[in-house]
Write a new protein. Structure first.
Length: 166
């Protein structure tokens, strides 16, 4: 009977610790290429295409499409659950994108920071917040958001290092 208890305890420990056979490989860190020359117009077009894809992925809840152009380190951090929370939060505050206006590019070590002004339709949740604050949503123009995206050249092409909408 004692052996049976020891066996059960060992099984429980193995299950709880997530015992794995073999060595699990970790994806290699992204190797950014430094000093890559590319016309600003070309990098802006790449960045805009990536941004539009990311917005569409958040609207549809498509994690794979959202992370497709990110560096490996980011893909590992943005799990499906985190993406779903982030996507839901974004949709509560941002409706369909009405306008995207390119503002410029900043060179940064091994990458480029691209800037845009984006205008999104207001969502019902935002209009309700305005009403609760004593405002008439119909009298308030759509507001602009600042989009920042850092792109870097890797052995797998241009990748998003980070992106934010403020």
């Amino acid at each position: 009977m004692k052996i049976f208890h020891i066996f059960l305890c060992c099984c429980a420990v193995l299950i709880l610790t997530g015992c794995r056979s073999g060595k699990q490989e970790k994806p290699a860190a992204t190797q950014l290429q430094r000093g890559v020359q590319i016309p600003e117009k070309e990098i802006a077009a790449i960045g805009e295409a990536y941004f539009r894809q990311a917005i569409k992925a958040m609207e549809t809840g498509d994690h794979a499409k959202f992370t497709e152009h990110y560096v490996e380190e980011y893909k590992q951090k943005i799990t499906v659950d985190i993406f779903n929370e982030m996507s839901a939060s974004f949709r509560r505050g941002h409706g369909k994108m009405i306008q995207l206006k390119y503002l410029g590019c900043i060179n940064k070590y091994s990458g480029r920071i691209l800037l845009w002004s984006a205008i999104f339709e207001r969502t019902p949740a935002v209009n309700e917040q305005l009403r609760r604050a004593g405002q008439d949503p119909a009298k308030i123009p759509e507001t602009e958001s600042l989009v920042q995206m850092m792109l870097g050249k890797t052995d797998k092409g241009w990748k998003i290092i980070r992106m934010g909408v403020q």
